[in-house]
Structures are given as structure tokens and as C-alpha cells.
Design a protein around this ligand. Structure first.
Ligand code: SF4
Length: 269
């Protein structure tokens, strides 16, 4: 297949890095396409951010959806077993397979927003017709640069950034405790929905929770909320003390940064 026939696609997650990448590449890569794999379990802030990005780019972000078999379908297929960092069936079925179906057998360069200051590998397609490309890594673009790109475009960061550092589903198990608190305070209906999934999953006898061993009902108790907030305040204070040249946004980013495993690049960039 000739070089001309290769499609160039940025896979947006609704997060800051892939958005900055879309802006960065807009005038560098011809015929660039923008796609977003919609799990239909995203935050409203993510959809708003994508709308604003579309307006900035002056072109459509194609919203890819599952083929009618969404999260609830797969939850039943997996016997009510909630996805987790170890069994990430949600990413596989609702993000990766959806993207691969869209691409089909065509040859594609898939642009990934992993930065030069990150050690992550990200989503590497096993399909030989999909070639991942890492422009931020190649060009030495760091987190500071990403904030600068977003600032100068006028887009800024997604609105959920006030309380959550990652894009993705509202119930994503990669969230930290303080982000669950943020979900409770900013989207109590979605917190209740996530809690309902836990209760439903637990009905069979075995206990399934999104957030380690603690259920969302337990996390939402007043004394537990107070302790999570106090811990987060301590972390912010620590990050502020050791901030050096960091901006306020970077301090918050570090305080919210997950210490454990991160979602794959297709969910969280
Ligand atoms: S954002 Fe989280 S819950 Fe949603 S598909 Fe990705 S890993 Fe799964």
C-alpha cells in the first residue's frame, strides 16, 4: 500500500495530553482524523471539552460507539465481575476493539499523546496495520509544554481537572480516593450509579468493589470523607512546599497523580 493510503488518526481520550496532541499536530500532519471511543460512561465535562476542541479545530471529532453491546452487556458476559486494573475488559471491548473495528484493514498511523517525561508504553496495537506514533516523545514535549499548548489555544484543561486528573469512565477503578470524593460532590447521581453497580455485582455473594477493598458506601461515610480530604490537603501542602518552578496546575496534577498503575493511553491521556 502506498504512503498516500495511510490514514493519520489521533485517538482522543478527552484528557489534556491527547487534546494537546491534536492541537500540536493540526498544522503538522495533513488529513488528520480525530476519533473518540465513547463508552457512554464518560463525564459530561469530557463531552463538553470535546465539543470545544471541535470548535477550535474546525473539524469533527468522530465519536465511535460500541456495536450495541455496551458496558452492561459485557458486565453480564463477565458474570457481574466489575473490571479492574488486572482484568481490564472494559478497555478491551469498549475502547480498543471499537477503534480496531473502525480502522478495519486499512493502514493507519495512530498518534499517541504519551509525553517525553513519561515512562508509559501506552496502547500498542497488536494489529500489524496500525502503527503507533509518539510525537511528544520524539519532540521532547513535557507536561509543562502540554499546559502551554492548551493555554495558548484558549482551551485550557477539561473542567473535571478541578477534582480529577484523568479522563475516562466516571466509575474508573484507576481513580484515587479523593477523585471518588470529587465524583460524589460534583456528580452525586453518577456516584450513586457507581455504587449501584457494586451492590448489583455483590448480590451473587462475592463482594466486588471499584476501589480496592472499600465499597463506595463505606467511602461516603462522613468520617471517611473527612479523612480522605485531610490526606489530600496534606499532599497538596507537600507538593506546594516542594514545588520549585511548578505552576499551581502542576502542583494539583502531582497531588492527584495516581501512584499505582495508570489506565492505558486510549483511556487516559
Ligand atoms: S476509563 Fe477506566 S473504566 Fe473506562 S474503559 Fe478505561 S480503564 Fe475501563
Amino acid at each position: 500500500m502506498s504512503e498516500k493510503a495511510v490514514r493519520n488518526i489521533v485517538n482522543l481520550s478527552g484528557g489534556k495530553d491527547s487534546t494537546a496532541l491534536a492541537i500540536y499536530l493540526r498544522d503538522r500532519v495533513p488529513d488528520l482524523e480525530y476519533v473518540f471511543c465513547d463508552t457512554e460512561k464518560e463525564l459530561s465535562e469530557t463531552y463538553e471539552y470535546l465539543d470545544r476542541l471541535e470548535a477550535y479545530l474546525g473539524t469533527k471529532v468522530v465519536r465511535l460507539k460500541h456495536d450495541g453491546r455496551g458496558f452492561d452487556h459485557y458486565l453480564a458476559v463477565y458474570g457481574g465481575y466489575l473490571p479492574s486494573a488486572r482484568t481490564r475488559w472494559c478497555t478491551k471491548h469498549l475502547k480498543i476493539e471499537v477503534f480496531e473495528r473502525f480502522v478495519g484493514r486499512e493502514h493507519v498511523k495512530s498518534y499517541v499523546g504519551i509525553r517525553a517525561d513519561e515512562a508509559r508504553v501506552g496502547y500498542i496495537s497488536t494489529k500489524p496495520n496500525i502503527k503507533p506514533v509518539f510525537p511528544f516523545k520524539e519532540d521532547g514535549i513535557t507536561r509543562q509544554d502540554v499546559f502551554r499548548i492548551l493555554d495558548s489555544s484558549g482551551l485550557g484543561v477539561p473542567d473535571y481537572y478541578r477534582w480529577r486528573s484523568r479522563s475516562g469512565c466516571y466509575f474508573c477503578f484507576f481513580q484515587q480516593n479523593i477523585e471518588w470524593v470529587g465524583l460524589l460532590e460534583n456528580h452525586p447521581d453518577l456516584f450513586a450509579e457507581a455504587s449501584r453497580y457494586e451492590k448489583q455485582a455483590t448480590e451473587g455473594g462475592k463482594r466486588y468493589t471499584w476501589n480496592g477493598r472499600e465499597s463506595l458506601e463505606e467511602l461516603a461515610r462522613p468520617e471517611r470523607l473527612a479523612s480522605i480530604k485531610a490526606e489530600h490537603a496534606r499532599r497538596i501542602a507537600y507538593e506546594t512546599r516542594s514545588a520549585g518552578q511548578k505552576t499551581l496546575m502542576e502542583v494539583l496534577d502531582d497531588a492527584l497523580e495516581c501512584e499505582g498503575e495508570r489506565a492505558c493511553a486510549i483511556c487516559d491521556l
